[in-house]
Design a binder for this molecule. Structure first.
Ligand SMILES: [Zn+2]
Ligand SMILES: [Zn+2]
Length: 186
């Protein structure tokens, strides 16, 4: 009798373990950076970004945010300090930095206006340049809506650091876990 009870407990423990681990593996906190001022995320291209090697990567990242989350995207055309949430820049960043996001104007605890800076020359070192630009753009916009860096130990998404490991689309997208955080906020 005693042996039977022990066996049953062991099976329940194993089942609970297998159910729990996938959820735990994908979890990341939110926000990890800062929150934008609303679910309407407006953007503009500076002159340097418009005339860069690939302004389409900025359009790509904004459209991914628009189509995969509850946030709404609007291209304001001209950059305006008072109304634009994200300014896109093409710059030669320090050292080997490929992209950068920085909140320039905080309104209390939320960000009114952020810069996204892309260093195309750095991104284009190595393989898969076009997809790597798109990953970097989705990644930097991710920082402007609260996402930090996600290692494959958490889940696979655009918030990994560095080169994309492959052309798999998951490296140019937010994970379902990221999207659930964003949609719960906006
Ligand atoms: Zn980053
Ligand atoms: Zn993620």
């Amino acid at each position: 009798m005693r042996r039977f009870r022990i066996a049953v407990i062991a099976i329940i423990a194993a089942a609970a373990g297998s159910l729990f681990l996938p959820g735990q593996a994908s979890a990341t906190p939110y926000p990890e950076t800062w929150l934008p001022d609303s679910g309407l995320h407006t953007y503009c291209f500076t002159a340097g970004f418009s005339s860069s090697i690939d302004p389409g990567t900025g359009t790509y990242a904004m459209s991914i945010l628009d189509s995969t989350t509850d946030m709404t995207i609007s291209n304001l055309g001209a950059c305006s300090a008072s109304t634009t949430d994200v300014w896109w820049w093409s710059l030669d960043l320090a050292g080997t930095i490929r992209g950068q996001a920085e909140c320039i104007v905080f309104s209390g605890s939320v960000c009114d206006s952020a810069d996204v800076r892309i260093d195309f020359a750095q991104i284009d070192i190595g393989d898969n340049d076009i997809a790597d630009r798109d990953k970097t753009s989705v990644h930097e916009i991710g920082h402007t809506i609260g996402l930090g860096h996600h290692s494959p130990a958490a889940h696979n998404c655009a918030m990994i650091s560095g080169e994309i490991p492959s052309l798999d689309i998951i490296w140019r997208r937010y994970d379902a876990h990221d999207i659930s955080h964003i949609n719960a906020q906006f």
